[in-house]
Design a binder for this molecule. Sequence first.
Ligand SMILES: Nc1ncnc2c1ncn2[C@@H]1O[C@H](COP(=O)(O)OP(=O)(O)OP(=O)(O)O)[C@@H](O)[C@H]1O
Length: 299
Amino acid sequence: MRPTLEAVSLTKRFGQVVAINDASFAIRPGAITGFLGPNGAGKSTMLRLFLGLAHPTAGSALVDGKPLREWPAPSRKVGAVLDTRCVHPSRRAIDSVRWAAWLAGVPASQAETLLDQVGLGAVAGQRTGKFSVGMRQRLALAIALVGDPEIVVLDEPMNGLDPEGIAWLKELLRGFRDEGRTVLISSHLLAELEDLVDDLVVIARGRIIGSGSATAFIDRFQTQTISVLSDKPEPLCAAVIDAGGEVMEMHGQRMEISGLTSIQLGEIARDAGIALLGLTEERSLKRAFTEATADTTDL
Ligand SMILES: Nc1ncnc2c1ncn2[C@@H]1O[C@H](COP(=O)(O)OP(=O)(O)OP(=O)(O)O)[C@@H](O)[C@H]1O
């Protein structure tokens, strides 16, 4: 099976800045892949390389085995949303989609259907200048779909969407997968992608630090912590360390513990004669992920 998007020893420099550093990965056709990394990691640059909007310094960015520009009808291969300021503000939404179809050399007959599909059917005749960020995201998506593309590439599409909009977008993307399309979606927030993606490609400082199954990645980098409130924090701290656990933080009676299960912690407290006044388990992806990318930026 041929990968749909593949980076082969790909490097992109901007003067002294190495935005992409010898990156190699392939994404699975028919899957939703999350492209995850902190701000400035190189996500947009990578997507631009795939779309032929930037040229590699070395290596290649391939769409079904060759650069996108070598495909006779690129818009049927890939539809992308990189920037939501892609339309003229005085143009009506419907005309923006028709214009995009004309530019792509495909029939504009689907423009209304596409606006309906992204939830903008009711405002198709309105000029886009006053559209909200969320509406612009939807419009950009309609424009990306004009060529009925096999692959959909989205750069941080959840920015500016409210929770309802995010839920809608996730359903739409799952629908694309059901239709057999391939989806690549970038984000700097793992939590944003967690319940959506099948696979992940993780980038930090221009380097690919992992790719493959999202579940495997999350299992690998997830830390289980327990937040516990006790009447004797110091003795509990000592007992936790004796049992091989780690005390991550202590604030008065509350402490954050890792390396033990809640049951183990309960037994340790019982044996030491310490009352636990409260206990919550937390899955910390953020801290684990920040460690994985060796970056202090929030993810
Ligand atoms: N046209 C350019 N000229 C010079 N440097 C650039 C250019 N485009 C990107 N860079 C640099 O390349 C690096 C990667 O930037 P890029 O925008 O690809 O990251 P990103 O992961 O998409 O970040 P963000 O989430 O903030 O958009 C950054 O250091 C950025 O400053």
